[in-house]
Design a protein around this ligand. Structure first.
Ligand SMILES: C[S@@+](CC[C@H](N)C(=O)[O-])C[C@H]1O[C@@H](n2cnc3c(N)ncnc32)[C@H](O)[C@@H]1O
Length: 226
């Protein structure tokens, strides 16, 4: 009997000691399962992208899923903090960038001239839970980009094709050494952007490759470090 009481007392003391240790370490508080939260946030974004890719109600001229995945990979690999996009449309490519920006702690500024598309993009950003990562600049990007001042990690051009060279000229000084300039439709609509293509392939300070040739051509230009 006495032995049983002794065993019970030892067990109670041990339990009290463990409880004290756990409490001091703060482990008694509910553990926020950040990885589960992250997985859920990513699922939410991917499901919005999936929904958008099926929505064919109006012309959105979106990139493909494959191209979106490339944007995400480049953003994450570059640890990009500041992305500038020309041509938001309904926000499909912007949301692909945001999948990576969530983890790099970065943000994207995206330009769109069409008020209807801006409204749709705004709704999609909210639905995907990434609205806080995006600044939408409404109006003609040829004018609006001249107000940008911060160094750019990734510049993504996907608006009026004949305007690519103008965007490039205005923003190249802001692209940081080691930063990237991405351009869409560099194969299927190459004839409309010859000046741009010459500029990014002839400049010795740049290195350009067309990474995804199908279906439209997505070019990647590195602004070399000196
Ligand atoms: C090809 S779509 C962009 C697609 C989008 N990047 C995506 O993949 O989800 C081109 C967009 O550029 C916009 N745009 C065309 N000219 C523009 C300009 N001068 N300034 C701002 N946006 C412009 C169009 O209204 C259109 O929504």
């Amino acid at each position: 009997m006495a032995a049983n009481i002794k065993r019970l007392l030892v067990t109670i003391c041990a339990a009290a000691l463990i409880a004290l240790t756990v409490s001091c370490a703060g482990l008694d508080k509910p553990i926020k399962n950040s990885s589960a939260a992250n997985i859920n946030a990513e699922k939410r974004i991917l499901s919005v992208l999936e929904e958008m890719s099926k929505d064919r109600k109006y012309a959105t001229w979106n990139i493909t899923k494959e191209e979106g995945r490339l944007l995400r990979i480049l953003t994450a690999a570059a640890g990009a903090k500041n992305i500038v996009e020309i041509g938001t449309s309904n926000g499909y490519s912007t949301i692909w960038f945001c999948l990576a920006l969530r983890t790099t702690g970065g943000r994207i500024t995206t330009h769109e001239i069409d008020p209807y598309r801006i409204e749709i993009a705004d709704k999609n950003f909210k639905k995907a839970g990434i609205r806080h990562l995006v600044t939408i600049v409404a109006g003609d990007a040829h004018e609006n980009v001249t107000r940008l001042k911060e160094p750019i990690d990734i510049l993504y051009i996907d608006a009026d094709k004949a305007g690519y060279f103008d965007y490039f000229k205005k923003l190249l000084p802001l692209v940081r050494p080691g930063g990237l300039i991405l351009a869409h439709n560099t194969i299927d609509l190459a004839s409309e952007m010859q000046d741009y293509l010459k500029a990014v392939t002839n400049n010795p300070e740049l290195e350009t490759i067309i990474l995804l040739k199908q279906p439209s051509g997505l070019s990647v230009t590195l602004k070399k470090r000196r």
